[in-house]
Design a protein around this ligand. Structure first.
Ligand code: S3P
Length: 433
């Protein structure tokens, strides 16, 4: 039973239960935001439980290249705030690695600097759409050049910004955040209107650090020139990482698993509602609030899993959880389907195609739509060789599938889990039987 390590390929054997208590790494989305905001705040910020994710290290490295003093000791990151006007031109190109969040959100800050910057990324990030973030920043007066097709690298000329009111054409927390961050550098009030609510960690962190920010329905307004104050911050465990353990726990019939200190911001908990609606029992315990973010423990108890349809309006709140939910669907009575998720095609991989391809390799019946998937229920999964396409969430979703399958599953290029959850396989191994 369990997992045997090799350099790149992980072998997953079927399991009957997950038992014990696990802790997730610090939330990736929140860690990016705390790092960026404390870099342009006044005074020092101490960030506890900072994400171990390689993506968040990319953010720290970019900020260091911009002259910010950062120290990292285990999961405590100390950042000496340079102030709104304190960043310095980087001698080298800024490298966002695999991280869309780094590239898109940092664009908001770079747009407002009086100097030139170039930001690049790895092969996957170099294929991801950037026009969505450059469009509003250009309306604010930023001068930014993209490569052909609206792709990275991005080149910022620097200059003065003016406030705008921007209606997001696609629900995207990254684009919303970029505009709000740029709004700090514009004179007057910048407004962003969301079609549906997306994760609001930027708004909460801005409030916590003393920015002048208003929220009315779907509109968020930020006033330029605010002084942000450095402070002590705590990052809750990442609910998107916890999703793999929730699903694995629910699929293995004898599980008894507790996941501690998971972030429960209501813009991120759609996964709990969907699982509950489909018969997955996840109890929330010991809820508290830290720096404006809710967190608590999750107790996973397997039961009868019904499956069903995920409504398109729930999709933006579940976007990172859809690969593992698709795996979940194969083990439910009715199966699972969703539409309205075309965004999944432009994540770290084309997650609709890659999930469908790998589920079929495991013997499941899957229907692919331009904007979604339908997986049949009551499927017997067979162990298979999984191509991750270098996508961390695919690697973890199919490790979970492997636990519930017959025979051995091989996860190729499994090192990509480092992007969000370097300790994933070790954590899983500790609670597997
Ligand atoms: C994120 C927002 C989502 C999500 C990504 C992290 C964030 O992307 O998929 O993993 O931290 O704001 P979009 O904003 O592109 O939807």
């Amino acid at each position: 039973m369990g997992i045997f390590t090799s350099t790149k390929t992980k072998k997953i054997r079927p399991a009957t239960k997950l038992e014990g208590t696990v802790q997730m790494p610090g939330d990736k989305s929140i860690s990016h935001r705390y790092a960026m905001l404390s870099a342009i705040a006044e005074g020092p910020t101490e960030i506890h439980f900072f994400a171990t994710s390689a993506d968040c290290q990319s953010t720290l490295d970019c900020l260091k290249s911009l002259g910010v003093k950062i120290e990292r000791r285990d999961d405590v990151v100390t950042i000496q705030g340079a102030g709104l006007a304190g960043l310095r031109q980087s001698a080298a190109r800024l490298d966002a690695g695999n991280s869309g969040s780094t590239m898109r959100m940092l664009s908001g800050i770079l747009a407002g600097q009086p100097f030139r910057s170039i930001m690049t990324g790895d092969a996957s990030l170099s294929r991801r759409p950037m026009k969505r973030v450059i469009e509003p920043l250009t309306q604010m007066g930023a001068r930014i050049q993209l490569a052909e097709g609206g792709l990275p690298p991005l080149e910022f000329e620097g200059g003065k910004l003016k406030p705008i009111r921007y209606e997001l054409p696609v629900p995207s927390a990254q684009v919303k955040s970029a505009v709000l961050l740029a709004g700090l550098y514009a004179e007057g009030e910048t407004e962003v209107v969301e079609p549906v609510p997306t994760r609001d960690h930027t708004e909460i962190a801005l409030e916590q650090m003393g920015a002048d920010i208003g929220r009315h329905g779907r509109t968020i307004a930020v006033r330029g020139g605010a002084k942000l104050e450095g402070k002590k911050l705590y990052v809750p465990g990442d609910i998107s990482s916890a999703a793999f353990f929730m699903v694995a726990g629910l699929l293995l019939p004898e599980s008894n698993l507790v996941i501690r200190n998971v972030g429960l911001n209501p813009t991120r908990t759609a996964i709990l509602d969907v699982l509950a609606g489909m018969g997955g029992r996840v109890k929330v315990l010991n809820v508290e609030m830290l720096n404006g973010e809710l967190l608590g423990d999750l107790h996973i108890e397997p039961g009868k899993l019904r499956g069903g349809e995920i409504a398109p309006e729930s999709v933006p709140g579940l976007i990172d959880e859809l690969p593992v939910l698709s795996v979940f669907g194969t083990q439910t009575e009715q199966g699972l389907s969703f539409h309205g998720a075309a965004e999944l095609r432009v994540k770290e991989s084309d997650r609709i195609a890659v999930v469908a391809e790998n589920l079929r390799c495991m013997g499941a019946e899957v229907e692919e739509f331009p904007d979604g998937l339908r997986v049949a229920g009551n499927q017997k999964l067979r162990g298979a060789e999984i191509e991750t396409h270098g996508d961390h969430r695919i690697a973890m979703a199919f490790a979970v599938a492997g636990l519930a399958a017959e025979g051995t599953t091989l996860i190729r290029d499994s090192g990509c889990v480092d992007i969000s959850f370097p300790e994933f396989f070790q954590t899983l191994e500790r609670v597997i039987s």
